[in-house]
Design a protein around this ligand. Structure first.
Ligand code: LLP
Length: 426
């Protein structure tokens, strides 16, 4: 069931009409459904019940403190990619001991911060990073738990910008170099070789490539065990896709089914090869936890009839939602007031001074100036990728819980946007 539905012809988030939110908080505003967020997390958590498993939410998808706090209360761990994200986890009441640290360019300061907070594991992506981490841990008199991000060279069949596990990618250690790299890591005195991980890409509609990548990791775990290097966890990354409503696109695998298939693979490994006993399974989902929990609520400023196209100019822009401009992503647009009129065909664009500032193209929308629209399925990589381009304050964010609306990030004021800057004084 969707938590964004028309009730008496008006789009609601749970029990709250969106025009009421626009009136109280203005537009553009990201509106999230708490029930949808928890349902999405529970789909993973319930399928993991009774297993040695941890769901580390990839917080880059949406790192609002209230979102993190709700997930932390549910027992989530977090996949982070910066020191800033670790500080957010802590500020949101998350447990640093359930944090894994991904990314190709961890700085010395970030490593130190993460070691001081005793995070669960560093997902290391290169040999120089292993050496740097070994040095930093040694200087602190600690041992860093590490996993190697292995590039399993599986084609995720997704947009090239969000495919990450192929040979030409900047991420991970090549599959063919993995054993040697593990042997080297095992020699470094301040590292504790704990696991293995991969992440092959994002918005995968079919989970077959994810399971194929797991098989390749299992091959390596067996090969390492034969040499006396025993891993304690396997981290299958994130990447499970969601339904953006693109016509003709296949439905994504439900998260619970995918998790069950992962455990079936792990169980088969146990019984067939008498291996993999006591191995923990870690998941790093981002989009599939938050994507359909949010809409971007925006107001039509003007309708403009151009020479070749009609434009619906709204108050949200590419600085609020970069996915169309950046990946040509198709995002569904809906009027807040339901109508049977078909409407003219529009490009929905924002006020930013760039042709790339578009949110949707060639959509039949029954809209007039002053109407409200939503971009659906905007909870992942929306606000998280927002910028202040054109000195535009970022959108407000609210979470709806039943009939209640909680403001979880207020709108920025123009003065705040240049408060950190100063002119040169002679
Ligand atoms: N783990 C790692 C190491 C990652 O790099 C990512 C996402 C995830 C987990 C979570 O992946 P997810 O479950 O969300 O697919 N901005 C792009 C997506 C970039 C994904 C980056 N990495 C977009 O808007 O489509």
């Amino acid at each position: 069931m969707s938590h964004f539905d028309y009730q008496n012809g008006v789009l609601h988030a749970e029990g709250v009409a969106l025009p009421a939110i626009a009136e109280q908080f203005g537009t553009p505003t990201y509106v999230y459904s708490k029930a949808q967020l928890l349902e999405n997390f529970d789909a993973y958590a319930n399928a993991c019940a009774g297993r040695d498993a941890l769901v580390c939410y990839a917080m880059k998808a949406n790192s609002n403190l209230a979102v993190l706090n709700l997930l932390a209360q549910r027992g989530a761990g977090f996949d982070i990619v910066s020191g800033g994200e670790l500080l957010r986890v802590i500020a949101a009441g998350g447990d640093p001991k359930k944090v894994i640290f991904s990314g190709v360019g961890k700085s010395v300061d970030e490593m130190r911060l993460a070691l001081e907070h005793d995070i669960l594991c560093f997902n290391v992506e290169s040999i120089p990073e292993l050496h740097r981490l070994n040095d930093v841990a040694g200087a602190l008199g600690k041992k860093a738990r590490v996993s190697l991000r292995v590039n399993p060279n599986v084609d995720p069949k997704t947009h090239p910008y969000i495919a990450t596990g192929l040979k030409a990618s900047k991420f991970g250690v090549a599959f063919s170099d993995a054993l040697d790299t593990y042997r080297m890591a095992a020699q470094l005195p301040h590292l504790d070789v704990a696991g293995i991980d991969c992440h092959i890409g994002s918005q995968l509609l079919d989970d077959a490539p994810l399971l194929e990548a797991l098989d390749r990791l299992i091959e390596l775990i067996d090969a390492l065990a034969a040499e006396g290097i025993h891993l304690h966890h396997v981290d299958v990354g994130g990447g499970l896709g969601i339904d953006y409503g693109v016509a003709g696109e296949e439905a994504p695998a439900p998260a619970g089914d995918y998790v069950t298939r992962v455990f079936r693979r792990v169980d088969a490994w146990r019984t067939e090869r008498h291996a993999g006993k006591g191995i923990k399974v870690i998941f790093e989902p981002g989009r599939s936890i938050v994507g359909n929990t949010g809409v971007l609520l925006t107001k039509v400023e003007f309708i403009k009839h151009g020479e070749e196209k009609n434009f619906c100019i709204v108050d949200a822009a590419m600085n609020d939602m970069a996915r169309p401009a950046l990946y040509e992503a198709w995002m569904a647009m809906q009027p807040v007031k339901q109508t049977s009129a078909a409407g003219a065909v529009f490009d929905v664009v924002g006020p930013i001074c760039e042709s790339g500032d578009w949110l949707a193209r060639d959509r039949a929308l029954p809209v007039e100036s002053g109407d409200l629209l939503v971009m659906k399925t905007a909870g992942a990589y929306g606000m998280a990728m927002a910028s202040n381009y054109n000195t535009r304050g970022r959108a407000a964010e609210v979470i709806v819980d039943g009939n209640q609306v909680h403001l979880v990030r207020r709108r920025e004021t123009p003065a705040e946007l240049f408060a950190l800057e100063s002119v040169i004084k002679d």
